[in-house]
Design a binder for this molecule. Structure first.
Ligand code: NAP
Length: 382
């Protein structure tokens, strides 16, 4: 199967190099921007790729919704299989692409867009054929895991941990999507689409790690807890879907605490299989390129569907998921939620709430911040 590659950056170079020696796959033309076609294999016209009868599949690794979406439609309408590592594209346009792929009898897979090298969506797409998935989630952002691990194990400040992650190439020059939880949120949207045949695009909640401080690290250490950024998705009893991202504090014995550096830990709960956990590199040239190649090999073996053409776009319902939360507030600040305990530390107090809905907690934090109050909160995990 001859594969054209769109984009020749971190992942694109990896995909192109791996294609050269992959069994049953062949490297085709690589789409680059005008003026960057400094080698015979580099081309600047998507139309030419779509019209090339020797190209069987297109791997999009450019990023962004446009022109990636236009190019995806062009490839699918021309009868080329389409594989992407681009979570922004699939979160925004996945159901449209799934329908177009089905109409044209070709494959559309996007394993690399969630979990990098971890075969999370790949395994789940197989599991949904024979089992009912009840919940999905885990540590889906390597940059924030690297920062949290470094802050907690080496005592780095938030700013130093971020600058370290940027120097190592884990965080983007603009790390906003990582630290606010938006990147992990897009990934849990895709996981829900694969697991529940429903892509939640509204009512989503994301709390990142941008209000986590060295003082919080000291407090958590003193009470034997470790913080991780966790994405969660699942089915509510009424059949609606929940999807949110928030920090969670775990006791040291929890599996999440042993996920170090920039690693991911993705999990799903099957009604019959129980809890399945996968740990591996969630980003980087080679792990991500390996996931793109896995999708291409899947297509050549006849596995073509990850998001069904019937996938619906839904609003997430986060009102019936409840946890106890740990909330840091300035000393003396009131928290209008059920309170179990409160511990003063310097100018701050750490409050443990009773059972509170995810929606209620996120809304309460937003309300306090609106009033200028600095807050950090994390669900208390088991
Ligand atoms: N890096 C990772 O570890 C990782 C992991 C999982 C998923 N992903 C996803 O994979 C995608 C690519 O990421 P990356 O890290 O490889 O990004 P990158 O290093 O910035 O590479 C993107 C490449 O695409 C090119 N490009 C962008 N728009 C183009 C256009 N209209 N025509 C031709 N070329 C174009 C860029 O060219 P210019 O340099 O000229 O702009 C660049 O060479 C993103 O969707 C990202 O979210 C990345």
């Amino acid at each position: 199967m001859k594969v054209a590659v769109l984009g020749f950056g971190t992942v694109g170079v990896g995909v192109y190099e791996m294609l050269k020696s992959a069994d049953g796959l062949e490297a085709g033309p690589v789409l680059v921007r005008a003026g960057k076609d400094d080698a015979p294999f580099k081309v600047t016209s998507m139309e030419k790729i779509a019209q090339d009868p020797s190209v069987d599949a297109v791997a999009e690794v450019m990023g962004g919704v446009e022109p990636a979406f236009t190019y995806a439609c062009c490839a699918l309408k021309a009868g080329k299989h389409f594989v992407t590592s681009n979570k922004a594209l699939v979160a925004a346009k996945g159901p449209e692409l799934a329908k177009l792929a089905a109409e044209n009898g070709v494959g559309f897979l996007f394993s690399a867009a969630c979990g990098g090298g971890v075969p999370f969506l790949h395994n789940m797409a197989l599991a949904v054929q024979s089992d009912e998935i009840v919940s999905v989630g885990g540590i889906l952002n390597g940059t924030t895991n690297y920062m949290l691990d470094n802050m907690q194990s080496s005592g780095l400040s938030y700013a130093d941990a971020l600058s370290d992650a940027q120097k190592l190439g884990y965080a983007e020059a603009d790390p906003t999507a990582d630290v606010t939880g938006l990147d992990a949120l897009r990934k849990i949207m895709l996981a829900c689409a694969v697991a529940f045949n429903a892509l939640p695009t509204e009512g989503l909640l994301n709390e990142g790690i941008d209000s986590f401080s060295a003082d919080d690290v000291a407090y958590l250490r003193s009470v034997g807890l470790t913080c991780r950024l966790i994405a969660s998705g699942g089915k509510n009893e009424d059949g609606s879907v929940y999807a949110y991202v928030e920090p969670v504090v775990f006791p040291g014995s929890a599996a999440e605490c042993s996920v170090l550096k920039n690693f991911n830990m993705a999990r799903y709960n099957g009604k019959n299989s129980g809890r399945i956990v996968m740990i591996g590199q969630g980003a980087g040239r080679w792990p991500t390129a390996s996931a793109v190649l896995r999708d291409l090999s899947d297509i050549s073996c006849g596995r073509r569907v990850m998001m069904k053409p019937s996938c619906s776009v839904v609003s997430a319902n986060n009102a019936s998921c409840c946890h106890s939360y740990l909330v840091r507030l300035p000393a003396g600040e009131k928290l209008d939620l059920p309170i179990e305990s409160c511990e003063a530390r310097g100018n701050a107090c750490y409050v443990r709430t009773g059972n509170v809905s995810v929606k209620q907690m996120h809304e309460k934090a937003a309300e306090l911040r609106q009033a200028g109050v600095q807050v950090f909160f994390a669900a208390i995990g088991e």
